[in-house]
Every structure is written in C-alpha cells, then in structure tokens.
Design a protein around this ligand. Sequence first.
Ligand code: HEC
Length: 274
Amino acid sequence: MNWKKLPALFLALMLSGQAQSDPETDYLALQKLYQQKFPDIELAEFKDGVYAIDAKMREQWLEMEDFPAYEIAIDEGEELYNTPFANGKSYATCFGDDPGVKSGYPRFDEDLGKVVTLEVAINQCRLDNGEQALPWLIGDLARISSYMAFASRGKHFDIKIETPAARAAYNVGKQFYYSRRGQLNFNCSGCHQLNVGQMLRAERTSPTVGQATHWPVYRGKWEDVGTIHKRFQECNSQVRSLPLEPQSDVYRSLEYFLTFMSNGMELNGPGSRR
Ligand code: HEC
C-alpha cells in the first residue's frame, strides 16, 4: 500500500459515496422546502413557475396567454414535423404516431452512456435520415420541440433514473446546480431555492420544482421560442460565468436533474415568459 495515495483514494471513495445520492430523497427534500416556503401553494401549481407565486405577474401573464406568442411556433413546428425528409421518411418514423412524447425526456441511453434530451432525439432523427442537424437554441428545432411539447400537454413527467450510470449522470447535473460559479459566486440553488421568490431587478426567482414543465418558451427578449439550454446559458451569464455549449454533456445532465425535480407534474409547454 502506498500511503501517499491515501488522500486520492479517500477522495475517490467520497465521490463514489456522493454518486449514490438518491434522486428520490433529493426530490422529497426539495418538495418539503417549497411547501415550507409557500405553505399556501399546491406543488402542482409550480408548473407555472414564478406566476404561481406572484399574483400581479400572474395576471399579466394570463393576459399574454390569451393570445400566446408561441402559437405560430406550434403551427410552424407541426408543419416541419409533418414534412417528409428527402428519403421519404419522417419524424414519425423515429417517434411513432403520437408526437406527444415529451413526458419521457430527457432519458438516459445506456448504450450511448449519455442523457438524451428531446432536442437531441429530434436532431438524431434528422441525422439518421440523412438530414442536417438544426441549431440548438432558437429557430426550427425549438419550433418542432414546441409542437411536440404542445402535443404532450396534460401528460405528466415520467423521468426514470434506474441504473448506476443514469444516477451518475443525474449527479453531474445536481452538482452543477449546487456549485458556485462566476464573478458573483452564485449557484443555481442560491437564487432558485435559498432566495426563491426574491426580486432580482425586475424579476422574481421561481422554484426549481416546476421549472422544466413548460419548455420551449417564447420570450419577447428572444423574439422567438427558445430551448431550456438557452435559459441555462442566460442564468450562467447572469452571475458572470461562461455559459456552456448547448446540449453539452453537463447541460444535458443538468436538464436531467432539473426535469426529475418536476417528475409527476403536468406538462404545459410551450410557455411564455418575460
Ligand atoms: C442570480 C440569480 C440566478 C441564478 C444564480 C440562476 N438563476 Fe435561473 N433565473 C433567475 C431569474 C431572475 C429568472 C427569471 C424568473 C424565473 O422564472 O425564475 C430565472 C429563470 C430560470 C429558469 C426559467 C424558469 C421558468 O419558469 O421559465 C430556469 C430553468 C433557470 N432559471 C435555471 C437556472 C439554472 C439551471 C441555474 C444555474 C446554472 C440558474 N437558473 C441560476 C435567476 C437566477
């Protein structure tokens, strides 16, 4: 035994201990946190994000929802979804007859050893059929994803974390969520858990639970629908930290963690946000 290696061994043991952190326990702990912070709000209502906890903002949002800006994106997405590829096949070849499959994404692919988000699956379907991949953040991919989210409305998230490799991916996302970063040295949980509901300039921060239910989202600032990885990038930039690449392994794991925290909740995408 080389005793000099002991600290490294100890560290490895500690990390493997962390890798066994149980998603179900995390999930219940987080639900408890928000029930304590917002005793008058049912957890299911957090699917509306910040509009579940701020009555005035909710009123303005409901007005927006009368003529939702994402409606065009759904229509365009539907047309894109139903346009056959050059080889005559279509998205239905990959996803089946019902495009409302979002409740099962992200999922962990054991063969790839990676988290597969809905956007990754859409682009993979394109590549498998000889088409080019679409850009990740806004545009046609977000439109197709918006149509699929719309078709998934009313279903409930059923995210599975069943194997050690899937748990390890979940933990990468979880650790990212709780790690401080950027010049402001903030973690995601600092704004969305510890200080949840507090004002930050003109905005109030929403609870982690429910943040995944309504993507893609239309924002006036973006003048388009955008995917959740665009929001990840913005929240990273807000604390003056460099955003990661969309659909990088870490952001995929982050989405896996975040969506698991909305497990069982109703899908209500696409959404509109300020
Ligand atoms: C400095 C505070 C701050 C930090 C740190 C922060 N966010 Fe945010 N985040 C906000 C604000 C403000 C909004 C807009 C209001 C809202 O919906 O929460 C927001 C919105 C979001 C939304 C959209 C919520 C919705 O309902 O549409 C997601 C998802 C999100 N943040 C994830 C993250 C993740 C992941 C991290 C860590 C990488 C993070 N945030 C770090 C302040 C922060």
